[in-house]
Each structure stands twice: as structure tokens, then as C-alpha cells.
Write a protein that binds this ligand. Structure first.
Ligand SMILES: Nc1ncnc2c1ncn2[C@@H]1O[C@H](COP(=O)(O)OP(=O)(O)O)[C@@H](O)[C@H]1O
Ligand SMILES: [Mg+2]
Length: 255
């Protein structure tokens, strides 16, 4: 019971092949709820692929074979009778570069609840307002909701993309290198936002920046060639890693 409470996601013996390439190898990992978990490791080690397994975004790729279980709460998301659209509403995703649509700021947020069947204007207005408030963008955009989202700065666009995810009332938020296109100020803002979101949501982030992982996450997963080498509280991983490969990586001696 205590275990159920601490962890939101449990991955069991997950293997993923793209064609003949074995990309994720025997992944076992429990992701704590109401915390930020960072996936780190060298480029190509499988961070994004693992992240995409959590809302079945790899399903859309040809020639992919996925074996194993991923439990969200007590349900295996790869099990039978899983509604993938509903799953992606519960497990929302934010990408590396902000994908703001060339429509109004309002519509960028309202499109998510609309897809899920909300059509009443007052309800949509409320969702848009509260989602923008949650990401700290409301004060900046309140008077210009009908303006194009592309008129916003890149950092604001990334906040908007997070607001769009919030509008679907998710339980888990996945962010794949959400700050790599942003300047340091916007990066700081997104990191503060993630910290705030982690009070209510389970947050999983991929980052290639070890500084970001060490200052912005609670737990860190170190991956190498499709395997998890080490998982633990971020402070422990960065101050006293148990595996010499982790130590080599975080001290920059790796490769
Ligand atoms: N759509 C795809 N088709 C085939 N191979 C892919 C695809 N996406 C990723 N890969 C391969 O899977 C491996 C892991 O990629 P990825 O998860 O993107 O790594 P990371 O995010 O750690 O940089 C790489 O070898 C990459 O070439
Ligand atoms: Mg990646």
C-alpha cells in the first residue's frame, strides 16, 4: 500500500526494438509521484524513447516492438482495453521545441478540452484561464488572448505548451528537453514551474544538462546504451553514485 502511494508509474522488464535494434533493454523502474524525475545519459542512449513509452507515443512508429509492462497506478498501459487517447490525456507531453500552433493563444489551450468534448464557452474560458494561471502566463497574456501564439517569446510559447497539457487535466507530465531552445531566464522560469507542478503532478523530464538535472530534479535515472545503470535521489546520484559508470559520466570523464 505504501509502495502504491509512493510510486505513480512502475515499469517492469520493458524491452523495445526499432527494427532489429534493441533500444531499451530490460528496463525496471518505479517513478515516484509528486516529484520530478530526470532521465540523463549520453545522446542516443534511449531517454526520449523511454519517456515516449510512458504515454505510448512510440506506438505510431513503424517496425517498433514493445514488450513488458508499464503500470500507471494499477493498470498496465500496454494491457488490453486501454484507451490510448485517454491515456495521453492523463500522461501529457511537452517537447523540446515549443510547438505552439499558428492560431490564437486562447485556441492553443482550448483545443485540448475541445478534442475531449468540451464545447460550452464558459467552461472553455475557465479552463483556458486556470491553465494559463497554473503556468504563470495569465498576467502576461490576459489582454491578448486572441493574438497569435507565435507573437509570444519562445519561453512564453513553451509555457503555453505546458498550459495546453494542463488543460487536459493530466496526472503525469512528460517533458523532453523542454529548455534546450530557451535562454537562461526562460529556462529558470520553466524549472520553477516544474517545481510548482510537482506538488500536484508526477513530472518526468529528459535533459542533457547535468546542471539542470542536479538543480531541478528530485530523482535521477542514469541511462547508458538502453539500460538503466542507476536510479536514486538526485543528491545521492550526484554526490555518491554507486556505479563507477555513473561517476564517470557525471564527472565528465565518460568518453
Ligand atoms: N523512430 C526511430 N526509428 C528508428 N530508430 C530510432 C527512432 N527513434 C530513435 N531511434 C534510435 O533509438 C536510439 C535511442 O534514441 P533516443 O531515445 O532518441 O535517445 P536519446 O533521447 O537518449 O538521445 C538511438 O539509437 C536512435 O537512433
Ligand atoms: Mg532525446
Amino acid at each position: 500500500m505504501e509502495y502504491e502511494n509512493k510510486y505513480k508509474i512502475r515499469i517492469e522488464n520493458l524491452n523495445l526494438h526499432f527494427k532489429t535494434v534493441h533500444v531499451l533493454k530490460g528496463i525496471n523502474l518505479s517513478i515516484p509521484r509528486n516529484a520530478i524525475t530526470a532521465l540523463i545519459g549520453p545522446s542516443g542512449c534511449g531517454k526520449s524513447t523511454l519517456l515516449r513509452c510512458l504515454n505510448r507515443m512510440n506506438d505510431i512508429i513503424d517496425d517498433v516492438k514493445i514488450e513488458g509492462q508499464v503500470y500507471l497506478g494499477d493498470r498496465d498501459i500496454y494491457g488490453p482495453d486501454i484507451n490510448v487517447t485517454l491515456l495521453r490525456k492523463k500522461v501529457g507531453m511537452v517537447f523540446q521545441r515549443p510547438v505552439a500552433f499558428p492560431i490564437s493563444i486562447y485556441e492553443n489551450v482550448a483545443c485540448a478540452p475541445r478534442v475531449h468534448g468540451v464545447s460550452r464557452k464558459e467552461t472553455l474560458d475557465d479552463i483556458v484561464t486556470s491553465s494559463l494561471e497554473k503556468v504563470g502566463l495569465w498576467d502576461e497574456v490576459e489582454g491578448k488572448l486572441r493574438k497569435s501564439a507565435l507573437s509570444l517569446s519562445l519561453g512564453q510559447q513553451q509555457q503555453l505548451c505546458i498550459a495546453r497539457v494542463m488543460a487536459s487535466e493530466p496526472e503525469v507530465i512528460l517533458l523532453d528537453e523542454p529548455c534546450s531552445a530557451l535562454d537562461p531566464m526562460s529556462t529558470m522560469k520553466i524549472e520553477e514551474l516544474m517545481r510548482q507542478l510537482a506538488e500536484q503532478y508526477t513530472v518526468v523530464i529528459v535533459t542533457h544538462s547535468m546542471q539542470q538535472a542536479s538543480r531541478a530534479s528530485d530523482y535521477t535515472v542514469f541511462m547508458l546504451s538502453g539500460e538503466i545503470i542507476e536510479f536514486g535521489p538526485t543528491e545521492q546520484i550526484f554526490t555518491s553514485p554507486k556505479d563507477s559508470k555513473t561517476e564517470n559520466y557525471i564527472t565528465g570523464r565518460f568518453r
